[in-house]
Each structure stands twice: as C-alpha cells, then as structure tokens.
Design a protein around this ligand. Structure first.
Ligand code: DGY
Length: 350
C-alpha cells in the first residue's frame, strides 16, 4: 500500500491527465490537505503518518524531527525551485530523496521581477494611492517623476536560470547588464563584476540567489549604502536574504530611490507590519510563479519527482544524489505499489 500526503490542493484540477489524477492513478492512497492555509507542523506530522512520499510546498518545514517520526518516507517532492524549507542533509542521512521544480517557473519569475522593477521605477503604487486619496491634481510637469529604464544598467546578483532570464529581458530595454556571483558564466548575457562594482554602477539591482546561511541577510545596511541614490532594488528570491529594517532605513534616508519585493519576512506579512510604511516600496505577495500555466507545470514536475522516486527511478530534479541507495541507482521495479511494498518489506514494515 503506497501512501502520499500532498500538502495543498494542486493546480490543474483533477481531470484526466492533471497532476492530481496522475498521482491518484499511480499511488494507492493520496491524501490532500484542502485548507488554504498550510498544515501546521503538528498536522503535517499527523497526516504524513505511514506515508511513503510527501508532496510539499515551500511553506512546510521538513526537518530531522519530522523525518525521524516518519521513517517510512522515501521522497519529499517540493513544489518550488527553492528548497530552504527542507533539511536536505537530514533527508540524505536518512535515505530520503528530495526533488524540486526548476526551469518551469523561470520565465514567470523573470516577468514578475520586471513587473516590480518597472512599477518601482515608474512609481505606480504611489500614483494609484494618489488617485484614491483625491490627490491627483492637474497635470504637472514635475509630479511623480520616476526613473528611466531604457539604456540604463541592470545588476543581477545570482546568475542562475532566473537571473539569466531577467538579463535577457533587459536586452529589449537596451540595458547594460552586470552580474555577480560565485564565478563567471560563459553563457550569461552580461559582464561579470565584483559585487562592489555592481552596486556602485547599477541603476537597478535584482536579487536571484537561493536562501542559504551565506546569503541570509546579505542585503544589509552596507549593501544599500553601496548602491547609487537613484537606484532601485528588487528581490524575487527569498525574503530573509534582505535585512528589511536596513531596506526601510535606506528608503527613508533616500539612500536608494525605490524597491520592489515579491518575497519578505514573514510571509504572509501582517497588515500592520512596519515594512508597509516604507516609502517608495512596491510589494507583491510572493507571486513570482503565480500563473496557472506555471503552477500546473510545477505540480506536474513535483508529481514526476515523487513517482520516479517511488518507482525506484532516479528523479530528474534530484537534489541529493547522496541519498540514493543501490536500489534506486539500479531500479528494476516500475510498479509503484510493488516498489513500495518491496521497500516496506526491506524496512520490516507490514
Ligand atoms: C519557488 O519556486 O521557489 C518560488 O518561490 C515559488 O514559486
């Protein structure tokens, strides 16, 4: 008996060929958390009892305590490209495979980066607020002047897939692109420079690094102080990469001209959070990959990862090859139930 817990209703419906239908066709029991809010840690623990697989979202913390309580787990398929919510080394140590969903959300997230960049550069939220407040007076040549975008310099911090897609879009705006990261990339459409240079020369700075202990809080007071006063900052990566207090101070002190955030800390941001009072800040509620097409593809990829692991195949987007056992390196079972039962028997489960 194969059992999988899916921590949120999957996009794409439940019709034939949908991610959920594919899962239900292949797995004996698929339990779906139907609430809009994520399961609490206690609910996650309870509902993952006897599970072989977990299809999780970025909102679920998969840590050593959960893994120890659920020794039958063989795979965590995280429906996100980011996986800072999963303790991957702890999974590896217990032979639990972890997969993510890269690639399919690259364009949607790059589009969102540009939506924020343009909205912040051209001060769209302030314009709307002025209309709503009845402050839209007669046309004035100096009212709500924003920053030009075309022909200027864009700095990309983190030259991964999404950073590259953001850089490619900049070509349409005839921009010079600078980028920094651990090393230069032969095919990245831009000039590799040290971070200091990037901050000193860019008119727009966009963050595309994963959240790790090295990147946590990297956009701090010194980071913003090194940006140009007319520059705009954008983050569509992960909230904790930014010291939000430092960002708020930088905006208040006019150290930078504006900012756009799709990710923040905490998420969801409470309606009375101080960040909401920061000037010239455009906010979106973590919508980077939020198109029906993209989210459906992410759900399919997560299902692919989960089913591959359960059938003993090597998942395409496997994050921890060190967790592979001789069984999963050389699969011979293609039937999920058979594979899972075999594993259960090996582990002494009924
Ligand atoms: C991710 O996939 O990591 C995004 O933040 C959500 O789509």
């Amino acid at each position: 008996m194969t059992r999988v817990f899916v921590t949120r209703a999957l996009p794409g419906g439940s019709g034939p060929g949908s991610p959920l239908a594919r899962l239900r066709d292949a797995v004996d029991e698929v339990d779906v958390w139907e609430d809009e809010a994520p399961p609490s840690p206690a609910a996650l623990l309870a509902r993952s009892e006897d599970c072989d697989g977990l299809l999780s979202m970025l909102t679920e913390r998969v840590d050593a305590a959960l893994l120890d309580a659920r020794p039958g787990l063989r795979v965590v398929a995280n429906m996100a490209v980011g996986y800072d919510n999963v303790d991957v080394p702890a999974c590896s140590a217990r032979g639990v495979l972890v997969t993510n969903t890269p690639g399919v959300l690259t364009d949607a997230t790059a589009d969102m980066t540009w939506a924020l960049l343009l909205a912040a550069a051209r001060r769209l939220p302030e314009g709307r607020a002025a209309i709503e407040a009845g402050e839209w007076g007669p046309w004035h040549p100096s009212w709500l002047l924003g920053s030009a975008v075309t022909g200027r310099t864009l700095g990309i911090v983190g030259p991964g897939r999404i950073g590259a897609a953001v850089a490619r879009r900049a070509q349409g705006f005839q921009m010079r692109v600078l980028y920094s990261g651990r090393s230069a990339k032969a095919d990245f459409p831009g000039e590799f420079v040290p971070l200091d240079d990037l901050l000193a020369r860019s008119d727009f700075v966009s963050i595309h690094v994963p959240l790790t202990e090295a990147t946590r809080g990297m956009c701090d007071a010194s980071f913003f102080a090194r940006m140009q006063p007319h520059a705009v900052f954008v983050n569509t990566a992960r909230g904790p990469v930014v010291d939000q207090g430092a960002l708020t101070d930088a905006l208040r002190a006019d150290l930078i001209a504006g900012a756009g955030l799709d990710v923040m800390t905490p998420e969801p941001l409470p309606p009375d959070h101080p960040l909401l009072h920061a000037p010239r800040l455009v906010l979106a509620p973590h919508l980077g990959s939020a198109t029906l097409e993209t989210r459906t593809q992410m759900a399919h990829l997560a299902v692919d990862g989960l089913l591959a692991a359960l059938t003993g195949e090597r998942p395409v987007h496997l994050l921890n090859p060190d967790a592979l056992t001789p069984d999963t390196r050389e699969p011979d079972a293609l039937d999920v139930t058979a594979a899972t039962n075999d594993t259960a028997r090996r582990r002494g489960r009924p």
